[in-house]
Design a protein around this ligand. Sequence first.
Ligand SMILES: [Zn+2]
Ligand SMILES: [Zn+2]
Length: 362
Amino acid sequence: MNITVGIPTLGNPLIENQGKYTLLKNMLIGKDFHWQRSIEALLPGEVEIGKDEVFRVINRLSIEDYLKCVVGSEMNPEAPSEFLKAHAVISRSWAMGKVLNIHDHSEYGKTNLTNKIINWEDTCDHHGFDVCSDDHCQRYQGIQPIPGSVLDALKATEGEVLISPAGKLVDARFSKCCGGKTEVFSSCWQPREEECLESFDDPWCNLDTLDPNKKIRVLKSILKDYDLENEGGYRWEATVTASEIKKNLLDKFNRDIGDITGIEILYRGLSGRSKNLLVKGTQGELEIGKELMIRRLLAPTHLYSSWFDIDQVSSDTWHLQGRGWGHGVGLCQIGAARMALEGYSYKDILSFYYPGARIGNK
Ligand SMILES: [Zn+2]
Ligand SMILES: [Zn+2]
């Protein structure tokens, strides 16, 4: 199966044929972010100039070659091999879902009223190609030196994807750390449930029972060095003030309800993550959801997760005691890495985090 990747360029595409590969001399990466720049990339497969005004180059290549490029750049090569295999199956399922266009990305359930904002973000469908090369989909920068451990994991699982009991490709979501309980689809995205994405207790991401060396090994296999100090986000604390919430409400959501007097969780998902939060102000109230919007509202960039308890410590300051890092739906990376280090196979890991799913070939 082939996948088509839309690639933005800096100016008109500069392309040079190099036999087996095509050299793209001005691939644009980090579009609209402060690190935006152009790089040279060696592209496998076929390359042509497309009709899209932004994604000027269309690269058609096999799914396996595509996975080598993206899994190679996203995964820590030192991660345990069974974890890498589990991730290879998930990434393949994701990529095939894109090619076959099987997942619903409708806006159904979103609300944008004066006193209520319900919103979420998801990789939307592109037109004229399956995925883009930027972080919006998965980071693709052509062929680069690929760690042997990643190549081995891809080869060992070649063609394998996750199939639901109804025979559908599983929408294989994952996040950094579920915090001890996984969440369901509807708490984060459209108001419906997806097969094999369930809420259940996860004992594996609690690393407190491990000896310190083993704990560091689990964390290092998932996180880059600068993330290590937060211990994977299993438990965290944060403080937020009324003026920060007021500023975020204005800057990120374009709403002004006066000075903030209170925050209250209205609904929680099955794991305990907040789905809808009520913000009270001197000039009105605003209900806000889902989890990603709440995380954005209560921190300069994002809170680790929307699973927290609120303690009001003064008239304008709230202390949050939180659990987990990310949306918590599907595979928990910290828990999966721990399982792999304790000797479980990638099949064990996948059947634990995607109950009812089987491994098949599509
Ligand atoms: Zn995209
Ligand atoms: Zn977990």
